[in-house]
Design a protein around this ligand. Structure first.
Ligand code: SF4
Ligand code: SF4
Length: 165
């Protein structure tokens, strides 16, 4: 009798182990697939305005850490709607409807009189919104600028200014 009990428990443990391993195997794949789907609809500006170092880390945080979906400034309301649909969230819920509530949307402009054409800003713009050749005046394509302000940090002559939309 004692041997049968041990045998039953051993078989049960084995089966439970198998189930756990299978769940472990399947679950990360599903999670990863969802992270990729979220990442696919993010703008890929890599501007870090969401508080993460880029779009993929933000996507990971949304899925793995329950991060709010309203932190991507360049994505705007369109992204919020897409993301709500993808994740089956109510876009009007208390959690997400404060989208950009305290955020003043800005872009930047280059003061062309003081631009020396060093081209440093061009190298750092994550969305290629700055055009200009070395030693010539540069300019910001307003439609492409996400207002991340990264270029400002890299302008040696302080000639990039924030402008409100
Ligand atoms: S704010 Fe949006 S575009 Fe910028 S890094 Fe975050 S997810 Fe990407
Ligand atoms: S703020 Fe500067 S770096 Fe950021 S998107 Fe606009 S031009 Fe590019």
């Amino acid at each position: 009798m004692f041997i049968i009990i041990i045998l039953v428990f051993s078989i049960l443990s084995f089966l439970l182990g198998l189930i756990l391993s299978y769940t472990d195997y399947i679950f990360p794949v599903k999670t990863e697939a969802l992270v990729n789907k979220v990442n696919d609809i993010l703008p890929q500006s890599q501007c870090a305005q969401c508080g993460y170092s880029g779009c993929y880390p933000y996507a990971k945080a949304i899925i793995n850490k329950n991060e709010k979906i309203n932190k991507c400034v360049p994505g705007g309301d369109d992204l919020l709607i897409k993301m709500s649909k993808l994740l089956n969230l109510d876009k009007n819920s208390k959690d997400v409807n404060n989208h950009n509530a305290s955020f003043v949307y800005t872009k930047v402009k280059i003061d062309e009189i003081n631009c020396v054409g060093c081209s440093k800003c061009v190298l750092f713009c994550p969305v290629d919104a700055i055009i200009g050749a070395p030693n010539f005046v540069h300019t910001v394509i307003q439609n492409s600028c996400t207002g991340c302000n990264i270029c400002i940090l890299h302008c040696p002559t302080n000639c990039i200014k924030i402008v409100e939309e």
